[in-house]
Design a protein around this ligand. Structure first.
Ligand code: UDP
Ligand code: MG
Length: 316
Protein backbone atom coordinates (compact mmCIF):
# COMPACT_ATOMS: atom_id res chain seq x y z
CA UNK A 1 0.00 0.00 0.00
CA UNK A 2 1.30 3.46 -0.93
CA UNK A 3 -0.35 5.79 1.55
CA UNK A 4 -2.08 5.67 4.91
CA UNK A 5 -3.90 8.85 5.81
CA UNK A 6 -4.28 9.27 9.54
CA UNK A 7 -6.94 11.80 10.48
CA UNK A 8 -7.66 12.57 14.14
CA UNK A 9 -10.97 14.28 14.72
CA UNK A 10 -13.08 15.65 17.48
CA UNK A 11 -16.53 16.95 16.56
CA UNK A 12 -15.92 17.52 12.87
CA UNK A 13 -19.03 15.86 11.41
CA UNK A 14 -19.76 18.63 8.91
CA UNK A 15 -16.29 18.50 7.37
CA UNK A 16 -15.94 14.76 6.93
CA UNK A 17 -17.96 14.11 3.74
CA UNK A 18 -16.32 17.01 1.92
CA UNK A 19 -12.86 15.99 3.12
CA UNK A 20 -13.35 12.37 2.09
CA UNK A 21 -14.57 13.35 -1.35
CA UNK A 22 -11.59 15.63 -1.88
CA UNK A 23 -9.09 13.00 -0.73
CA UNK A 24 -10.67 10.36 -2.93
CA UNK A 25 -10.45 12.64 -5.93
CA UNK A 26 -6.72 13.26 -5.35
CA UNK A 27 -5.96 9.60 -4.70
CA UNK A 28 -7.72 8.38 -7.81
CA UNK A 29 -6.17 11.02 -10.02
CA UNK A 30 -2.72 9.83 -8.89
CA UNK A 31 -3.59 6.11 -8.84
CA UNK A 32 -2.38 5.61 -5.28
CA UNK A 33 -3.32 2.55 -3.28
CA UNK A 34 -4.38 3.95 0.07
CA UNK A 35 -6.38 3.79 3.25
CA UNK A 36 -8.03 6.54 5.27
CA UNK A 37 -7.93 6.03 9.01
CA UNK A 38 -10.38 8.26 10.83
CA UNK A 39 -9.64 8.34 14.53
CA UNK A 40 -12.72 9.64 16.26
CA UNK A 41 -11.41 11.10 19.49
CA UNK A 42 -14.60 10.83 21.55
CA UNK A 43 -16.70 13.20 19.46
CA UNK A 44 -20.02 14.16 20.94
CA UNK A 45 -21.60 15.14 17.63
CA UNK A 46 -22.50 12.55 14.99
CA UNK A 47 -19.00 12.25 13.51
CA UNK A 48 -18.97 8.50 14.10
CA UNK A 49 -22.24 8.00 12.26
CA UNK A 50 -20.83 9.91 9.32
CA UNK A 51 -17.69 7.73 9.35
CA UNK A 52 -19.82 4.56 9.42
CA UNK A 53 -21.82 5.77 6.44
CA UNK A 54 -18.72 6.76 4.50
CA UNK A 55 -16.95 3.47 5.15
CA UNK A 56 -20.01 1.46 4.14
CA UNK A 57 -19.71 3.03 0.71
CA UNK A 58 -15.93 2.92 0.37
CA UNK A 59 -13.63 0.17 1.57
CA UNK A 60 -10.64 2.51 1.75
CA UNK A 61 -12.19 4.13 4.78
CA UNK A 62 -11.48 2.74 8.22
CA UNK A 63 -12.32 4.16 11.61
CA UNK A 64 -11.48 3.92 15.26
CA UNK A 65 -13.80 5.34 17.88
CA UNK A 66 -12.45 6.31 21.29
CA UNK A 67 -14.91 5.93 24.11
CA UNK A 68 -14.03 9.41 25.31
CA UNK A 69 -11.95 12.38 24.28
CA UNK A 70 -8.27 11.65 24.92
CA UNK A 71 -6.56 14.28 22.75
CA UNK A 72 -4.89 14.62 19.40
CA UNK A 73 -1.67 12.83 20.39
CA UNK A 74 -3.40 9.65 21.58
CA UNK A 75 -5.47 9.66 18.37
CA UNK A 76 -2.33 9.92 16.26
CA UNK A 77 -0.66 7.19 18.30
CA UNK A 78 -3.48 4.75 17.60
CA UNK A 79 -3.56 5.70 13.93
CA UNK A 80 0.21 5.21 13.63
CA UNK A 81 -0.05 1.76 15.13
CA UNK A 82 -2.55 0.70 12.47
CA UNK A 83 -1.09 2.46 9.42
CA UNK A 84 0.06 0.07 6.69
CA UNK A 85 1.08 2.40 3.88
CA UNK A 86 4.71 2.99 2.86
CA UNK A 87 4.10 6.65 3.54
CA UNK A 88 1.93 7.79 6.43
CA UNK A 89 0.33 11.19 6.07
CA UNK A 90 -1.46 12.96 8.90
CA UNK A 91 -3.90 15.77 8.38
CA UNK A 92 -6.50 17.65 10.36
CA UNK A 93 -10.13 16.87 9.71
CA UNK A 94 -11.30 20.47 9.62
CA UNK A 95 -10.47 21.13 5.93
CA UNK A 96 -7.74 23.59 6.93
CA UNK A 97 -5.16 21.27 5.34
CA UNK A 98 -5.43 20.62 1.64
CA UNK A 99 -5.39 17.04 0.28
CA UNK A 100 -3.87 18.46 -2.91
CA UNK A 101 -0.51 18.44 -1.10
CA UNK A 102 -0.52 14.64 -0.77
CA UNK A 103 1.18 13.66 -4.06
CA UNK A 104 4.13 15.98 -3.53
CA UNK A 105 4.53 14.93 0.12
CA UNK A 106 4.53 11.31 -1.00
CA UNK A 107 7.14 12.04 -3.64
CA UNK A 108 9.41 13.83 -1.20
CA UNK A 109 9.47 10.79 1.10
CA UNK A 110 9.77 8.11 -1.59
CA UNK A 111 12.09 9.86 -4.05
CA UNK A 112 13.96 12.55 -2.16
CA UNK A 113 14.44 10.18 0.75
CA UNK A 114 13.03 12.29 3.56
CA UNK A 115 12.12 10.47 6.77
CA UNK A 116 9.64 13.17 7.66
CA UNK A 117 8.24 16.11 5.74
CA UNK A 118 6.43 18.75 7.73
CA UNK A 119 3.94 21.17 6.23
CA UNK A 120 4.61 24.86 6.57
CA UNK A 121 1.55 27.09 6.63
CA UNK A 122 3.49 30.03 5.26
CA UNK A 123 0.35 32.03 4.70
CA UNK A 124 -1.99 31.29 7.54
CA UNK A 125 -5.68 31.90 7.87
CA UNK A 126 -5.94 31.96 11.62
CA UNK A 127 -6.65 34.80 14.06
CA UNK A 128 -3.69 36.97 15.16
CA UNK A 129 -4.07 35.74 18.73
CA UNK A 130 -2.87 32.42 17.41
CA UNK A 131 -0.33 33.33 14.77
CA UNK A 132 1.82 35.63 16.93
CA UNK A 133 2.37 33.24 19.87
CA UNK A 134 2.94 30.52 17.28
CA UNK A 135 5.90 32.43 15.86
CA UNK A 136 7.46 32.67 19.30
CA UNK A 137 6.73 29.02 19.98
CA UNK A 138 8.41 27.91 16.77
CA UNK A 139 11.47 30.07 17.38
CA UNK A 140 11.92 28.47 20.82
CA UNK A 141 11.35 24.99 19.48
CA UNK A 142 13.96 25.56 16.75
CA UNK A 143 16.52 26.68 19.31
CA UNK A 144 15.92 23.80 21.72
CA UNK A 145 15.59 20.99 19.20
CA UNK A 146 18.09 22.15 16.58
CA UNK A 147 15.57 21.30 13.86
CA UNK A 148 15.03 24.16 11.48
CA UNK A 149 11.32 23.98 10.82
CA UNK A 150 9.12 27.04 10.53
CA UNK A 151 5.96 25.30 11.64
CA UNK A 152 6.41 22.43 14.10
CA UNK A 153 2.75 21.94 14.87
CA UNK A 154 1.40 21.74 11.32
CA UNK A 155 -1.17 18.94 11.22
CA UNK A 156 -0.15 18.02 7.68
CA UNK A 157 2.93 15.83 7.77
CA UNK A 158 4.29 12.85 5.87
CA UNK A 159 6.42 10.07 7.34
CA UNK A 160 8.20 6.99 6.16
CA UNK A 161 6.26 4.12 7.75
CA UNK A 162 9.27 3.08 9.80
CA UNK A 163 9.29 6.47 11.52
CA UNK A 164 5.78 6.27 12.93
CA UNK A 165 6.45 2.75 14.17
CA UNK A 166 9.60 3.92 15.99
CA UNK A 167 8.19 6.85 17.91
CA UNK A 168 5.60 7.05 20.62
CA UNK A 169 3.38 10.11 20.64
CA UNK A 170 1.54 10.65 23.93
CA UNK A 171 0.17 13.45 26.11
CA UNK A 172 0.29 16.57 23.97
CA UNK A 173 3.54 15.65 22.26
CA UNK A 174 2.10 15.84 18.74
CA UNK A 175 3.55 19.35 18.65
CA UNK A 176 7.03 17.91 18.72
CA UNK A 177 6.86 14.87 16.47
CA UNK A 178 9.86 16.08 14.44
CA UNK A 179 11.85 16.18 17.68
CA UNK A 180 10.67 12.69 18.65
CA UNK A 181 11.69 11.46 15.21
CA UNK A 182 15.07 13.10 15.47
CA UNK A 183 15.62 11.58 18.91
CA UNK A 184 14.79 8.17 17.40
CA UNK A 185 17.55 8.73 14.85
CA UNK A 186 15.59 9.95 11.82
CA UNK A 187 17.50 13.02 10.85
CA UNK A 188 16.39 13.70 7.29
CA UNK A 189 13.59 16.08 8.12
CA UNK A 190 12.20 18.33 5.41
CA UNK A 191 9.61 21.01 4.99
CA UNK A 192 7.08 21.86 2.34
CA UNK A 193 5.08 25.05 2.02
CA UNK A 194 1.42 24.06 2.11
CA UNK A 195 -1.84 25.82 1.43
CA UNK A 196 -3.89 26.64 4.45
CA UNK A 197 -7.51 27.64 4.69
CA UNK A 198 -9.65 29.24 7.31
CA UNK A 199 -11.78 26.80 9.27
CA UNK A 200 -14.95 26.22 7.32
CA UNK A 201 -17.06 24.39 9.90
CA UNK A 202 -16.87 24.05 13.66
CA UNK A 203 -14.40 25.71 16.03
CA UNK A 204 -10.80 25.22 17.09
CA UNK A 205 -10.30 22.59 19.78
CA UNK A 206 -7.26 24.17 21.40
CA UNK A 207 -7.31 27.39 23.42
CA UNK A 208 -4.48 29.67 24.47
CA UNK A 209 -3.42 27.14 27.10
CA UNK A 210 -1.72 25.35 24.22
CA UNK A 211 1.20 27.76 24.46
CA UNK A 212 1.86 27.25 28.15
CA UNK A 213 1.54 23.48 27.79
CA UNK A 214 3.59 23.49 24.63
CA UNK A 215 6.43 25.25 26.37
CA UNK A 216 6.34 22.86 29.33
CA UNK A 217 6.33 19.87 27.00
CA UNK A 218 9.35 21.23 25.22
CA UNK A 219 11.22 21.40 28.52
CA UNK A 220 10.19 17.83 29.30
CA UNK A 221 11.35 16.52 25.95
CA UNK A 222 14.63 18.36 26.18
CA UNK A 223 15.20 16.82 29.60
CA UNK A 224 14.21 13.35 28.40
CA UNK A 225 16.37 13.54 25.38
CA UNK A 226 19.45 14.43 27.41
CA UNK A 227 18.99 12.79 30.79
CA UNK A 228 16.24 10.17 30.72
CA UNK A 229 18.61 7.26 31.40
CA UNK A 230 21.15 9.27 33.39
CA UNK A 231 19.20 11.67 35.62
CA UNK A 232 22.11 11.85 38.06
CA UNK A 233 24.14 13.71 35.45
CA UNK A 234 21.62 16.50 35.68
CA UNK A 235 20.68 16.53 39.37
CA UNK A 236 24.10 15.50 40.58
CA UNK A 237 25.74 18.35 38.69
CA UNK A 238 23.40 20.94 40.18
CA UNK A 239 23.68 19.32 43.60
CA UNK A 240 27.47 19.46 43.47
CA UNK A 241 27.34 23.12 42.52
CA UNK A 242 25.19 23.74 45.58
CA UNK A 243 27.62 21.91 47.84
CA UNK A 244 30.58 23.86 46.51
CA UNK A 245 28.67 27.07 47.11
CA UNK A 246 27.72 25.89 50.60
CA UNK A 247 31.30 24.90 51.37
CA UNK A 248 32.74 28.29 50.48
CA UNK A 249 29.99 30.07 52.40
CA UNK A 250 30.77 28.04 55.51
CA UNK A 251 34.44 28.99 55.20
CA UNK A 252 33.40 32.63 54.88
CA UNK A 253 31.33 32.33 58.06
CA UNK A 254 34.29 30.84 59.91
CA UNK A 255 36.73 33.45 58.67
CA UNK A 256 34.42 36.29 59.71
CA UNK A 257 34.02 34.81 63.13
CA UNK A 258 37.75 34.39 63.73
CA UNK A 259 38.51 37.81 62.31
CA UNK A 260 36.05 39.54 64.63
CA UNK A 261 37.44 37.62 67.63
CA UNK A 262 41.09 38.55 66.91
CA UNK A 263 40.29 42.18 66.43
CA UNK A 264 38.26 42.39 69.57
CA UNK A 265 35.23 43.47 67.68
CA UNK A 266 31.91 43.20 69.51
CA UNK A 267 30.82 39.62 69.82
CA UNK A 268 29.06 38.32 66.72
CA UNK A 269 26.96 35.24 66.28
CA UNK A 270 27.50 33.09 63.22
CA UNK A 271 23.87 33.79 62.34
CA UNK A 272 24.72 37.49 61.97
CA UNK A 273 26.57 36.63 58.78
CA UNK A 274 24.59 36.46 55.54
CA UNK A 275 26.91 33.65 54.47
CA UNK A 276 25.46 31.47 57.19
CA UNK A 277 22.07 31.55 55.51
CA UNK A 278 23.59 31.07 52.10
CA UNK A 279 25.45 27.96 53.20
CA UNK A 280 22.41 26.58 55.00
CA UNK A 281 20.23 26.97 51.91
CA UNK A 282 22.87 25.62 49.59
CA UNK A 283 23.44 22.51 51.71
CA UNK A 284 19.73 21.75 51.93
CA UNK A 285 19.17 22.32 48.21
CA UNK A 286 22.23 20.24 47.39
CA UNK A 287 20.94 17.34 49.47
CA UNK A 288 17.52 17.56 47.82
CA UNK A 289 19.03 17.64 44.35
CA UNK A 290 21.10 14.55 45.07
CA UNK A 291 18.05 12.86 46.47
CA UNK A 292 16.15 13.68 43.26
CA UNK A 293 19.08 12.30 41.29
CA UNK A 294 19.13 9.00 43.17
CA UNK A 295 15.37 8.63 42.86
CA UNK A 296 15.63 9.41 39.15
CA UNK A 297 18.27 6.73 38.76
CA UNK A 298 16.10 4.20 40.59
CA UNK A 299 13.18 4.99 38.31
CA UNK A 300 15.14 4.89 35.08
CA UNK A 301 16.85 1.66 36.16
CA UNK A 302 13.41 0.08 36.13
CA UNK A 303 11.95 1.75 33.06
CA UNK A 304 11.30 -0.09 29.81
CA UNK A 305 13.11 2.69 27.96
CA UNK A 306 16.47 2.13 29.59
CA UNK A 307 17.73 -0.27 26.93
CA UNK A 308 15.63 0.60 23.95
CA UNK A 309 17.68 1.35 20.87
CA UNK A 310 16.47 1.91 17.37
CA UNK A 311 18.47 -0.57 15.28
CA UNK A 312 18.51 0.37 11.63
CA UNK A 313 20.17 -2.68 10.10
CA UNK A 314 21.73 -5.97 11.13
CA UNK A 315 23.70 -8.72 9.40
CA UNK A 316 23.34 -12.23 10.73
N1 UDP B 1 -8.51 17.02 17.57
C1 UDP B 1 -8.63 15.76 18.15
N2 UDP B 1 -8.75 15.67 19.51
C2 UDP B 1 -8.77 16.77 20.33
C3 UDP B 1 -8.63 18.04 19.73
C4 UDP B 1 -8.50 18.13 18.36
O1 UDP B 1 -8.62 14.75 17.45
O2 UDP B 1 -8.89 16.61 21.54
C5 UDP B 1 -8.40 17.14 16.11
C6 UDP B 1 -9.37 18.12 15.48
O3 UDP B 1 -10.63 17.55 15.27
C7 UDP B 1 -8.66 18.46 14.20
C8 UDP B 1 -7.20 18.45 14.61
O4 UDP B 1 -7.12 17.68 15.81
O5 UDP B 1 -8.87 17.48 13.21
C9 UDP B 1 -6.65 19.84 14.84
O6 UDP B 1 -7.48 20.55 15.73
P1 UDP B 1 -7.91 22.07 15.51
O7 UDP B 1 -8.27 22.29 14.08
O8 UDP B 1 -8.93 22.41 16.53
O9 UDP B 1 -6.56 22.81 15.84
P2 UDP B 1 -6.05 24.18 15.20
O10 UDP B 1 -6.19 24.09 13.70
O11 UDP B 1 -6.88 25.24 15.80
O12 UDP B 1 -4.60 24.25 15.62
MG1 MG C 1 -7.65 23.46 12.56
Amino acid sequence: MDISLVIPLYNEAESLPELTEWITRVMNANKFSYEILFINDGSTDNSWKVIEELSAKDEHIKGVKFRRNYGKSPALHVGFGRAEGDVVITMDADLQDSPDEIPELYRMVMEDGYDLVSGWKKKRYDPLSKTIPTKLFNATARKVTGIYLHDFNCGLKAYRNEVVKSIEVYGDMHRYIPYLAKSAGFSKIGEKVVHHQARKYGVTKFGLSRFVNGYLDLLTLWFFNKFAVKPMHFFGFLGSLMFVLGFFSVIAVGVYKLYSMYHNMPYRLVTDSPYFYLSLTAMILGTLLFLAGFLGELISRNSVERNRYNIEKEIK
